[in-house]
Design a protein around this ligand. Sequence first.
Ligand code: REL
Length: 961
Amino acid sequence: MKPCLLLHFVLLHCLLLCCVLFSLSTYALPGNYLALTPGKADFALVGKNSQATIVVAEQDHKGLLRAVNSLQQDIAKVSGKQLNISHSAKNEPTGQVLIIGTLGNNPLLDQLAAAGKLDTSTIAGKWEAYLIQVVEQPMPGIAQALVIAGSDKRGAIYGVFDLAETLGVSPWHWWADVPVIKRDQLYIKAGTTISDAPKVKYRGIFLNDEHPALTNWVHEKFGDYNSQFYIHVFELLQRLKANFLWPAMWNNAFADDDPQNAILADEMGIVMSNSHHEPMMRADKEWNRYGEGPWEYSTNRDNIYKFWQHGAQRHKNLESIFTLGMRGQEDEPMSEGDNIELLQQIVADQRTILRETFTDRPVETVPQVWALYKEVQGFYERGMRVPDDVTLLWADDNFGNIRRLPTASERNRAGGAGVYYHFDYVGHPRSYRWINTVPLAKIWEQMNLAWQFQADRIWIVNVGDLKPMEFPIDFFLRMAWNPDAFNANNLQQFATDWATQQFGTAHAATIAELIQGYTRHNGRRKPEAVEPGTYSIFHYSEAQRISDELAQLVATSDQVQQQLAPAMQDAYIQLVAHPLKASQAVFELNRAVAINQLHGAQGRVSTNYWAQQVRFWFNRDAELTAQYHSLGNGRWNHMMSQPHIGFTYWRNPPANLMPVVSVAEPMAVADMGVAAEGSPLSWPISEYQGQQLAMEPFYPHGQQQRMIEVFNKGTVPFEFSAKASADWVTLSHSSGKIGVEQQIAVSVDWSKAQTGLNNAEVHIQGTGWGGAKIQLAAVKPATTATQGFVEADGYIAIEAASGKTVANNKQAWWQEIPGHGRTHSSMSAMTVPDYQAGPVKQAPYLEYPLFFHSTGSFTLHSIVAPTLDLVPGRGLRFAVALNNNPPQLVDTLADNSQQVWEKSVLDGVRIISSPLQVTKPGAHTLRIYLVDPALVLQKLLIDTGGLQPSYLGPQESKRLR
Ligand code: REL
């Protein structure tokens, strides 16, 4: 081997063998540098007979010293050992030391760097970077050191909490009672070298809509929104490596309620701002307290100007981001209306205030943001501009769909851009403030767009009361740290890793399924917007299927819970069991109301059972809330008190309202009624109304069994008989005794059915005159299906991901997002930010093989996510082609009305209908071409004449290969 090659070889091996060099370019929760079985050269933080000393310089940031104290307590919780903290660099103890500091503030770090023992070049000069390294023989008398160095205050703090998390303290230890992992000894792997830094500059949350839940809890536990409360919020943010907060503002004013709030935030490295409509570091409520005259700039400029001057002065030496612009009070548009000139004057005045306050620095270096929320975005679109150094904060539509992202030229602005996102909202068309309803896949899909379009200066999310949004908050903030580390295919892994961190490995994958399962359910429709009629009790067994799905999740959750250690129970209830069971309760309550109403209208004796079911689920919801509130002797009292049952418009009802139910007073007689699946009609009422009971026709590749229900309207049992008029009809039973009700399964013996249309009748006789007759039909097509998704029951239903992806390229591509959407997954139209589309025919497309038995002018219903046309100059279109016909453009926003938007955010989808001409039976190919970015296709439904109303649409049609 040549000498240089040999050197290479040795170096490579040194790297691989001697060093544990961690790359953080892919996503991972901290933890991989803890030695679970200690090796000889590992660093003993807490050894068998030793414990390290923490060395931190006295002159380092106060916030870092505070974090080091937290680390000391964390280590004590984990290992039972209290490490000594030494504040002096001199007279160091021998043995093991944990040196913590920020570059420039800790002489030991400089010494190590100068001696070539610590390579700080990976973090020096960076924003919030940290380095964690095991250093051998750092200095005379010291065998080994573990060094946590930060490029700045927050960098060092994040390094400290990275270690805490690695040792076994979940960021949610305080906020969700997640127990620490007990370990007698704590070793860090020899050779550990980690350096990391965030990609999004400001990463934070907005505590909002905080009454009654958070506020009553805060009042009970802390008296008010004071620094005793906020210290816990700040430390949570530090542990999640976040740095930014919009504080609670409903009847609160952060800096005014407790002057220590702002001081402590600054000390702990939390950059404060006020929400999007509270300019110049002054809370909305401060105007109520101190403002003179109306909140109208055109008539009350001087008072408002002074009010803002005070905000700038107050925060002059505290790290803050100044919100510019102005809205009306309480988040309303300005009463001055669409007055761009006035708004421009307002921003100019605000800049003047900042210039006059920050005399020691150029105003361009004072962090400022202009939130383009609701109507304010319109001002921007109509030409209003703010200075280049001001960050433009684009917003979602309050329902998690980003409205706009920066164009190429906007991406060059010095102030850059950010995104304001929602996990909670109060407003039209319906508030959602109770429970976690946003699936990870949706958050990833939208925030990935933000990242791709370089909206990377600020990511802030409205988290309502904070709890119970632990899981999405964690994801959002970790994604903000490094969006590149996340992709559509590692979201489930994240959920599993997260579950591992909170509950250990044994049940992590199952717990991840449970969390993803209930959020998927809530993502279909927010619980506040679920109504008795939402999920069909008539078609595709829709309500029943969801009921089964949720019951299965709850059963699994109960099994998991039984196997978890007692110490994990409280955390499990908060993070998994409660949101799952509470979501189930709201769903079942509504399903029971729907069945109660139907049975009441049909006069069934079972009406009362369903009335009781409604009461049962209503009570269960209350019990679940009470259970949550009783955890840890009332540790989270009030936290789940947000009313969520009984909405009639956007505002929540003052308290949960038991729905109106039908109660029957059945007679002591035997009185038969009969209903057929798929219809609210029942015999004999149908007969009085001159209507026939009938079932949807059967098809060979469609639903193979449909139910007839024979029921009692009185309390005395009766016997019935059932007879079909044709031999191709099979009945599960032909007689029986009815106390309350019974189902007869109807199916078809296809070997006996004739090609074409077969008609028959089932005759049920029991009490009453003549008995009930139900019309049946079976269609045996002349064509034999050979391949593709087969038309049956009057439709073809296809999951978007079931197609073949063709012509994906580096500019534009279809990407499956597992777990996205209401039924399975989604296909997202991804593009590079400045995608220049060529002819549609050359674009990437999804191809679906179909088989039609019939021909005609059909309707294609494309179910897409309610995403928005966030790239200026582009719409939200796709194109459809059957076989080799020219692709037809479909504009998903053709109707962009408020009404359509409201429906789409409630439904969680937009359904776009377009014509599809099928001129001959047999095999066909459907193509969906990519046209605009951010379109997310979930499902395709082709109605060939028999598609029935339902919320999710039928399950995927049978596919022949
Ligand atoms: O979700 C939002 O952004 C707004 O509804 C809130 O910011 C709003 O300010 C509200 O809480 C009260 O004013």
